[in-house]
Write a protein that binds this ligand. Structure first.
Ligand code: NAI
Ligand code: MG
Length: 352
């Protein structure tokens, strides 16, 4: 297969880890006889420096012509306090491409269980996926404003039936190729929007008879996520709930540097990025952990190109390298061997 990928390295460690992802993709292409072409464009702080715009028109046009988008990270102290902010580029690209489904897998590698702030017995075996609605709900509802000269305030939680249906379908599809267990998280004891969400989940569940569905209130789900994370397979939820739960879930692994994410629209276009930021404190030192970025490329292969075997090969290579005790400085593996970004990338490629 031939696939064209736009890379948006961004700021800080972004360019370093993007090089790692590109090297891994090249190796996967050779091994499985695919041709991946890449084309790099500006986003974030470097785009402000070059074009005075965190998401320049030529970046959008290039992304429109791409089969998938890989993003490093944006931001840094250099642009803090300025009128143009790097993060505006991120919000704008999500909205422009209508990337409504945010998929965040949280997998604990056996070799990283000791880096978790939770007990090893609790995190062991955790392997869950949070499917968060990303372009509607409380973060986008109008009106959102101060009223009565600042004496009151309003935010609005709106969803259309179509918006709920498409994210719920995405979650069922995701669950049906995993352990077939879907937990829909809402606040149906209080919110009308949650009661409609629940109804729609129940309706759509009839199309997926082999997926077990349950409803959980968001406060209870937040507790269960840290007391019994291995209980969950796929969680689907509204934008705000998903924002909070996905950050909570990411600390289960104790390692920001290894977690990927995907944001997908209904035309099959996806943007794939690690969950961490631009880590300006370690930029240009060849110290960054490239695994979150490399696993984001693996998600791209699976979710945008349907290359399940290729994706699994990358995940297996990462697992093997960690199991052999190789690490970057952010990871806590007892008696592990510390590697640079480029060395870690090479180890993963040779394991492939
Ligand atoms: P951060 O995720 O960049 O860094 C937090 C800590 O984790 C730092 O000590 C950093 O060195 C470490 N770290 C993160 N990724 C790592 C990796 N791959 N390997 C090794 N260590 C790693 O979050 P922080 O410091 O709050 O934000 C830095 C900048 O990144 C800010 O400008 C922020 O706005 C931006 N940011 C961008 C995001 C994105 O592009 N999606 C997401 C989060 C923050
Ligand atoms: Mg967040």
């Amino acid at each position: 297969m031939e696939k064209h990928i736009v890379t948006l390295p961004g700021d800080g460690i972004g360019p370093e880890i993007m090089q790692s992802a590109e090297a891994v993709l090249k190796a996967v292409g050779e091994k499985f006889s695919h041709q991946f072409t890449t084309e790099s464009h500006a986003i974030g702080g470097n785009a402000i420096d070059q074009f005075n715009d965190p998401l320049p028109e030529q970046t959008i046009e290039a992304c429109e012509a791409a089969d998938a988008i890989l993003l490093g990270a944006v931001g840094g102290p250099k642009w803090a306090g300025g009128q143009l902010r790097p993060e505006q580029g991120l919000l704008k690209i999500r909205k422009h491409f209508n990337l409504f489904a945010n998929l965040r897998p949280v997998t604990i590698f056996n070799s990283l269980e000791s880096s978790s702030p939770l007990k090893q017995s609790i995190v062991h075996g955790s392997d869950l996926m949070i499917v968060r609605e990303l372009t509607s709900g409380l973060y986008f509802g109008q009106p959102s404003e101060r009223r009565d000269g600042g004496q009151s305030v309003v935010d609005t939680l709106t969803y259309t039936r179509g918006e709920i249906e498409r994210i719920v379908r995405k979650a069922f599809d995701t669950a049906s190729v995993r352990r077939k267990h879907l937990t829909s998280v809402d606040k149906a004891n209080v919110l009308e929007s949650s009661r409609m969400w629940r109804e729609i989940v129940n309706e759509i569940s009839t199309e997926y008879p082999d997926v077990t569905v349950e409803h959980e209130l968001v406060d209870a789900a937040a507790m269960k996520l840290i007391t019994n994370p291995s209980y969950f397979d796929v969680i689907v939820t509204e934008n705000l709930f998903g924002d909070i739960l996905s950050d909570e879930a990411s600390v289960i692994t104790g390692s920001l540097g290894v977690l990927p994410s995907a944001s997908i629209n209904d035309k099959g276009l996806g943007l794939f990025e690690p969950i961490h930021g631009s880590a300006p404190d370690i930029a240009n030192e060849n110290k960054a952990n490239p695994i979150g970025m490399i696993l984001s490329a693996a998600m791209m292969l699976r979710y945008s190109f349907g290359m399940n075997e290729e994706s699994a090969a990358i995940e297996k290579a990462v697992e093997e390298v960690l199991a052999a005790g190789y690490k970057t400085s952010d990871l806590n593996i007892e008696n592990g061997t510390n590697l640079t970004t480029t060395e870690m990338t090479e180890k993963i490629i040779s394991s492939l």
